[in-house]
Ligand binder design. Structure first.
Ligand code: UDP
Ligand code: MG
Length: 343
């Protein structure tokens, strides 16, 4: 397609005159410690996109601070496949941040985000592209959870989506995966307008609007390696999702406070009745202890919820970058940290 010496022209600029009328599709893939699977993934991805005619492709791997051989392997891949760009982040920022970096760097007319472990099957790409060609700006995918996904994952994901949809102010598609295609228009909204730090891209994709369509797919088993989503990472994602799309948890306090106020009035009547009309049994130690424990537990919970929101506000106020790029590798050559506008 192009002469490698022309680097570092962006894939969009590398189109020859004949190819100018072809649309460019960017595929962005966050990778973290994926040395076991990344080569197989790339081969499978290349096999699928080689069969799609009429489009050009660029593949952007975002190395989210891997400390294993991932970077070396992708650098090798980039030498032999000039569609590949590798962006190395300065440390592990997390999946959502790596995805954001991919969206920022992608120059295609459409951008596809997918995981590197083959759980998001590359052979769904032709369908994503077809739906985009039919006029959809967002083509998202819905995981059909099966035993293959793992019981724990299926259960926690199920609980999470139930809860978040009860409290969220925008619908968050159940079992939506971070495997989707978005048009340039939507990618630009993410690139220019949505710069919040506390990110939950699945919710934001629903929040931005545009005409969208969902496609179901069977989640595959990880081709190799282990899940990089430890329970703390899952909790972080859940809290980002919950607090950035709802203020209802903050209101829990008001409702429960009202309930307690009402109950305490009833209890006061009861206490007065006991005082006036009976021999005054020993003032109820049990009820005092139980109610103090109950109320203080509830207060702790509320303080925790307040803390979550304040923590997220603190993150935003600090105004730090969402991620930091250490280096960019394209066509097998290492570029210094590039300004994303200039590549
Ligand atoms: N990932 C990442 N940074 C992280 C954790 C994961 O870039 O801190 C990548 C990972 O390499 C994979 C994708 O995000 O391509 C999804 O991660 P994983 O498959 O481990 O999550 P799961 O499918 O178990 O939810
Ligand atoms: Mg996975």
């Amino acid at each position: 397609m192009s002469d490698k010496k022309t680097f570092p022209a962006a894939a969009a600029d590398r189109r020859s005159a004949v190819e100018l009328d072809k649309k460019l599709i960017s595929i962005t893939v966050p990778v973290y410690q994926e040395q076991e699977v990344i080569k197989v993934f790339h081969e499978e991805l290349a096999r699928v996109i080689d069969q799609i005619e009429g489009f050009l492709f660029e593949i952007i791997y975002i190395n989210d601070g891997s400390t294993d051989q991932t970077e070396a392997i992708i650098t090798e891949i980039a030498k032999s496949d000039d569609r590949v760009t590798l962006i190395n982040l300065s440390r592990n920022f997390g999946h959502q941040y790596a995805l954001t970096c991919g969206l920022d760097y992608a120059s295609g007319d459409a951008v596809i985000c997918m995981d590197a472990d083959l759980q998001h099957p590359p052979n769904l790409i032709p369908l994503l592209v077809q739906k985009w060609q039919e006029g959809y700006d967002i083509v998202y995918t819905i995981r059909k959870m099966t035993v293959k996904t793992g019981l724990f994952k299926a259960l926690t994901a199920n609980m999470f989506y139930r809860l978040i949809n009860t409290i969220s102010e925008v619908p968050i598609y159940r079992d939506a995966a971070d495997f989707r295609l978005i048009s340039r228009k939507v990618a630009d909204v993410f690139r220019k307008e949505i710069r919040e730090r506390n990110r939950f891209l699945r919710g934001l994709t629903s929040w931005v609007g545009f005409n969208s369509i969902g496609i179901e797919f069977d989640v595959q088993r990880r081709a190799a390696g282990k899940s990089k989503f430890s329970p703390p990472k899952m909790l972080k994602l859940a809290s980002a999702g919950g607090t950035s799309f709802s203020t209802i948890p903050l209101k829990i306090g008001i409702y429960v406070g009202l309930l307690f106020a009402f109950l305490s009035v009833l209890y006061a009547f009861y206490a007065i009745y006991i005082y006036l009309f009976t021999d005054g049994a020993v003032p109820g130690w049990t009820s005092i202890v139980v109610s103090i424990m109950f109320i203080s537990a509830f207060q702790f919970m509320l303080i925790g919820i307040l803390g979550l929101y304040i923590g997220h506000m603190f993150e935003e106020v600090k105004g730090r970058p969402i991620y930091i790029v250490r280096s960019v590798v394209r066509a097998g050559c290492r570029l210094p940290t590039a300004d994303r506008q200039s590549i």
